[in-house]
Design a protein around this ligand. Structure first.
Ligand code: NDP
Ligand code: OXD
Length: 309
């Protein structure tokens, strides 16, 4: 089994060490030292240059080095007969839920207002609703969204979730399909985006959605930057329709120093750090798929290319 590796944000040496714990005989070739392209059986990649995967004639599996596969599906030359699998890692799921809880609690406990008051040396206690009075909406109830929604409900928030197909889970008000989106928005004081980026979800965080939310609501986007229409967010913050936004992901990463988000008093930013790929735990699932591939067994965590996630 020869594995091609390409990422500019993960360590090849670490991945090789972790994968060899599970498959000692694994051979890994790191771009650009790939040798004969005909030797490559599988590829483990994050944002590979367009055309790289199409240049591997015997490729049998493409592994995304992240939970999202949008970075692969954007390549028009992607060999669509080759299965694409993605990372599903309980550690990543926990990390994302930590991020979501941190940010929702920050918004719920009015951290923005208290920071501003501290800055102004102002001693003033603000009225504080209970968690049960705060309605939190979660867009996407997959691996990440379902865990975050469940943990938010444990904290006592009134949680609603939105998915493509109907997904019922105890303690979560469930919404689905196009018609469910606005209904969820109307009951969301805080709206968390954990959707995959697809043709249907690009630009979903827009003026129409913000207008449907209660005045003064807030958003958390930890999915992809292109879910958000940036100009619509700035206008909604300016008008007071939204009171705050927490953003981990951006259309352009890294964000240019001139971008208006950096210094915005109602925006908190993190640099795509909500749930980073963690080789020691993520390697378990990757090794499982490499073994399945060599034994001819069905792969797990396969991306549906037609659906886009
Ligand atoms: P999953 O594929 O497990 O879940 C996706 C969820 O979104 C599903 O519930 C799905 O509905 C729903 N969905 C997809 N399309 C639509 C639609 N058109 N309308 C309504 N619901 C829709 O993905 P994950 O939870 O594993 O990951 C989500 C995303 O998070 C990733 O794609 C990635 O972009 C992002 N991410 C960001 C990270 C960060 O550090 N910022 C880290 C990791 C991931 P259904 O259940 O019906 O299929
Ligand atoms: C991912 C990410 O998709 O880190 O895993 O964004």
């Amino acid at each position: 089994m020869v594995l091609l590796y390409r990422s500019s944000s993960d360590s090849a040496a670490l991945w090789l060490a972790e994968l060899r714990r599970h498959i000692p005989e694994l051979e890994m070739r790191v771009v650009p030292e790939i040798g004969n392209p005909k030797d490559i059986d599988a590829a483990l990649v994050w944002k590979p240059p367009a055309g790289l995967l199409a240049s591997l004639p015997n490729l049998k599996m493409i592994v995304s080095l992240g939970a999202g596969a949008d970075h692969l599906l954007e390549d028009a030359s992607l060999p669509r007969h080759v299965p694409v699998v993605r990372l599903v890692d309980p550690y990543m799921t926990e990390a994302m839920s930590e991020y979501v809880l941190t940010q929702v609690l920050r918004l719920h406990r009015q951290d923005f207002a208290y920071r501003a008051q501290q800055h102004a040396r102002l001693w003033r206690e603000l009225p504080q609703p209970n968690a049960s009075e705060r309605r939190v909406g979660v867009l996407g109830l997959g691996e990440l969204g379902s865990d975050a929604a469940r943990k938010l409900a444990v904290f006592g928030f009134s949680v609603g979730g939105w998915s493509r197909s109907e997904r019922r889970s105890p303690g979560i008000e469930s919404f689905h399909g196009r018609e469910g989106l606005m209904a969820l928005a109307r009951r969301s004081d805080i709206l968390v985006c954990l959707l995959p980026l697809t043709r249907e979800t690009e630009g979903i965080l827009d003026a129409r959605l913000f207008a449907a939310m209660p005045k003064g609501a807030a958003i958390v986007n930890a999915a992809r930057g292109r879910h958000l229409v940036e100009a619509d967010l700035l206008a909604a913050l300016e008008s007071g329709q939204l009171s705050a936004a927490v953003l981990d992901v951006f259309s352009e990463e890294p964000l240019s120093p001139a971008h208006p988000f950096w210094g915005h008093p109602k925006i908190i930013m993190t640099p795509h750090a909500a749930a980073a790929t963690h080789a020691p735990t993520a390697a378990v699932g990757v090794a499982e798929n490499l073994r399945r591939l060599s034994d001819g067994r069905p792969l797990i965590n396969v991306v549906d290319l037609a659906r886009g996630y």
